[in-house]
Write a protein that binds this ligand. Structure first.
Ligand SMILES: C[S@@+](CC[C@H](N)C(=O)[O-])C[C@H]1O[C@@H](n2cnc3c(N)ncnc32)[C@H](O)[C@@H]1O
Length: 368
């Protein structure tokens, strides 16, 4: 128990109510969610049980007030709980690794939907910025919330992340028409496996391993590789892989040089590279003060130097007709898609929006 009032134990519901006020005053947008998640962490239970315990008049667990103080100082919730939900997975995170973001579930989902469902079966979450004249498609995404996203990687964790471990539910993606060696526009996993064997997937800039591990979790037949530059982040990725028991090849190294042995043989490359413009300072203290700089900044004033170098590596890794997915800042939708088109190595370059209609991920097909 943590405190007592007039000799009687302080009630959890009162402590949570006070915490919500404290966190709101500190500028935490998801104050109620965070307060309950912290109570669950302190009580070593679930958020669902916290809600029940609040109704039942249970006492506040020890350590709760300290966690609330830390959160009010804008230490990321995930650093306090040690966990971050990503699609169906619960990942371990902490200092030295980028906390996986809700919008990256869209990025991962585009790759997963491509592998699982095939093109023409997908409902599309797309901003209609296909400047190639390709068909426009409808946005459709469910079961999610997204808060606090600005033009940086500074998205807040979605509400419910800790509760559900979560997923993007029914997000299905825009999948490009195939040209060149793939005559079939919808080459879903079953057909793919029959015609090409095991799909090979590479995650460039793997961080905690979020995307690579989610792909392996949801497409178990895929051969998944990931590369990460930071030793600290790499250690978290290895820990997550081993804890989750997912067979993913993770390597420490530079994404722009990675996997020479896989060149021209990869089916899907997916990446959430650093992309914040150099000189921009993220608004949220959780990002500014706690995410590693190497995970944030894209290496140039427009933030696109590293993403474009990663895209060039993706082009070298992919087989003709292979699929590329890359997350970007919402302000980079047009500049990134234009830059990719100008290289001449991509076709069907399309941009995709998040739930708020903001462009957040590009897909493209490796030209022959
Ligand atoms: C925005 S974070 C994304 C991490 C993870 N993919 C995710 O979505 O949560 C970018 C990651 O790229 C890593 N990184 C930066 N430059 C890199 C490079 N040249 N090669 C490999 N990884 C790099 C950073 O250390 C960081 O972990």
């Amino acid at each position: 128990m943590s405190g007592s009032v007039g000799g009687s134990a302080r009630l959890l519901r009162d402590a949570v109510r006070d915490a919500v006020r404290t966190l709101s005053e500190a500028g935490v947008e998801s104050a109620e969610f965070d307060a309950i998640a912290l109570a669950a962490c302190a009580g070593k239970t679930t958020t669902g049980d916290v809600r029940k315990l609040m109704i039942m008049g249970a006492p506040v667990p020890g350590g709760f007030d300290d966690l609330v103080c830390e959160r009010a100082r804008r230490v990321p919730l995930q650093h306090l709980t040690g966990k971050a939900g990503f699609r169906r997975l619960e990942l371990s995170v902490g200092p030295g690794v980028f906390v996986p973001r809700f919008e990256t579930e869209l990025t991962a989902g585009l790759a997963i939907a491509f592998l699982q469902t095939g093109a023409d079966q997908a409902e599309v979450h797309q901003t209609g910025v296909d400047q190639t004249g390709a068909d426009q498609a409808e946005v459709h995404q469910t079961g999610v919330d997204q808060t606090g996203v600005d033009q940086t990687n500074a998205a807040k964790p979605r509400d419910g992340a800790q509760e559900s471990g979560s997923n993007l539910g029914t997000v299905r993606s825009a999948v490009p028409r195939f040209e060149g060696e793939n005559p079939t526009p919808s080459l879903g996993l079953r057909d793919w496996t029959r015609s090409c064997g095991t799909p090979v997937v590479v995650d460039l800039c793997a961080g905690s391993g979020a995307i690579a591990l989610a792909v392996k979790d949801e497409v178990p037949s895929a051969e998944v590789h990931g590369v990460e530059l930071s030793e600290l982040a790499f250690a978290w990725a290895i820990r997550n892989r081993d804890d989750l028991g997912l067979d993913v090849d993770l390597r420490l190294g530079d994404a722009t040089l990675a996997f020479p042995e896989l060149e021209a043989g990869v089916d899907v490359v997916v990446s959430n590279p650093p992309y914040i413009p150099v000189g921009s300072i993220p608004n949220d203290p959780e990002v500014r003060d706690h995410d590693p700089e190497v995970a944030l900044y894209g290496g140039s004033l427009d933030g696109l130097r590293i993403p474009l170098a990663v895209a060039a590596r993706a082009a070298a890794l992919l087989r003709p007709g292979g699929f590329f997915v890359m997350e970007h800042a919402d302000a980079q939708g047009e500049s990134l898609t234009s830059a990719l088109r100008m290289t001449g190595v991509w076709q069907d370059v399309r941009d995709h929006a998040d739930l708020n209609g903001r462009p957040r991920a590009v897909t493209a097909v490796r030209a022959r």
